[in-house]
Design a protein around this ligand. Structure first.
Ligand code: AMP
Ligand code: MG
Length: 390
């Protein structure tokens, strides 16, 4: 049995980086930037007014000073002249500041009478001008790899980058195994249950950028498993669920080995999720997840998502952890790392109740996992613990 960290290292070495593709900006959110891109323009491209007011010469902007309004500049409508001594230009937010002016006096501090304005309040001493290039200059780079946020997409748009090089979305084949399983919406027999893991995992992996193909349920016989594993051809990652323990009906490792899988590990010292397996099947990385619903989902968070992120070109890293304060005591942990379903509330966290790995109701009520290292002693309220947010 290997540690979680060792298992992750194996998975990262199985995670071949995916090629890149170019997508329209509109499709770039939550994708990973694959190559550096450079701004094709400067923003703002001109000195721009940040307020509605009057553009004039700052040396003349004294209390009670008067100016003649000689023109108007609005966003998208520059005034082409030059502001002379004693002159002002009516200006609005986003308009280019005309030549000769270096100050915008806000309209609240002005009284106007026909073409004449008077400064009635000099308490605002700001220029109210955004200099050209204040945001970025032409050639400014956004560096890869980078998981593109909504803010990044706005920045790319402002840089006038309409096509974005991103890493290909990893195509993940999800295979549930078991004679007892039917898909949601079907009528299960008296000894059957609904396949839940596939759907939970699909939702999880899609949220982190995968394109998930849910393959037909493989039955607990060699022929069925072989057929369905064969359908996974062309995917970037094969994820099986269940059939990974040592029961008479747990066939995944044996069948995959018969099809040529080179196993890189089997069994991880963790709870839930001990019977985790990984390797390479005909060149394609494969992870065998345990069947218990909570185990499968926890392993999805702890192993599959970090592996997907590495395949998308992000630096290999475990699921992000934060420190939180326990609001209820915890008993001592055993020899395996324990990922406890937990409820985080602000800065504090407590276990979410029964930790049996079949209880999806507890998982759904949880919003975090408390991470207990092997052999962690009993903990009391107020102790700091590591937490993974779900
Ligand atoms: P296994 O690893 O195949 O022995 O499965 C362990 C437990 O998880 C059994 O109770 C299975 O019925 C259940 N199980 C396996 N696969 C799924 C699935 N896709 N959805 C829900 N439960 C599952
Ligand atoms: Mg099974």
């Amino acid at each position: 049995m290997i540690s979680v960290a060792e298992a992750l290292d194996h998975l990262f070495s199985l995670a071949d980086p995916l090629p890149s593709e170019t997508v329209p900006l509109r499709a770039a959110a939550h994708r990973v930037l694959a190559q550096d891109v450079a701004a094709t323009r400067t923003q703002p491209p001109f000195d721009a007014s940040s307020m509605d007011g009057y553009a004039l010469k700052s040396v003349e902007a004294d209390l009670h000073a008067q100016f003649k309004v000689v023109g108007e500049a609005a966003a998208g409508h520059a005034w082409d002249g030059t502001v002379g001594p004693g002159q002002a230009v009516r200006i609005f937010t986003g308009a280019p500041v005309p030549a000769g002016a270096d100050r915008v006096v806000i309209q609240e501090n002005i009284t106007r009478n026909g073409d004449l304005i008077t400064i009635t309040d000099d308490s605002d001493t700001k220029s109210n001008i955004r200099p050209a290039g204040a945001d970025f200059a032409q050639g400014t780079r956004m560096t890869a790899p980078r998981l593109l946020s909504a803010g990044d997409v706005a920045l790319l748009a402002s840089m006038n980058i309409a096509e974005v090089p991103v890493t290909k979305r990893p195509v993940v084949a999800l295979i549930s195994t078991g004679d007892e399983l039917v898909v949601p919406g079907e009528t299960p027999g008296p000894d059957q249950i609904i396949a839940s893991n596939t759907f939970g995992l699909a939702a999880l992996l899609e949220r982190f950028g995968a394109e998930v193909r849910i393959l037909p349920i493989a039955r607990d016989n060699e022929a069925s498993l072989k057929t369905v594993l064969g359908l996974a051809r062309g995917c970037d990652l094969v994820v099986t669920i269940g059939g990974a323990s040592v029961g008479d009906h747990d066939l995944v490792a044996g069948v995959a080995a018969g099809m040529g899988m080179e196993q890189s590990f089997y069994k991880v010292a963790m709870r839930p999720g001990k019977p985790l397996m990984a390797g390479r099947l005909n060149g394609t990385p494969m992870i065998g997840l345990p069947g218990n619903p909570v185990s499968a989902m926890v392993c999805g968070t702890v192993f599959v998502v970090p592996m997907l992120r590495a395949m998308m070109g992000l630096p290999p890293a475990p699921a992000p952890q934060v420190k939180r304060t326990l609001s209820a005591p915890l008993g001592p942990n055993g020899p395996r790392a324990h990922y406890m379903r937990a409820i985080m509330d602000g800065d504090s966290v407590r276990d979410a109740g029964a930790q049996d790995s079949s209880l999806l109701s507890v998982l759904a009520a949880a919003n975090a996992l408390i991470l207990r290292p092997p052999g962690d002693p009993a903990r009391t309220s107020g102790d700091l613990v590591d937490v993974i947010m779900l």
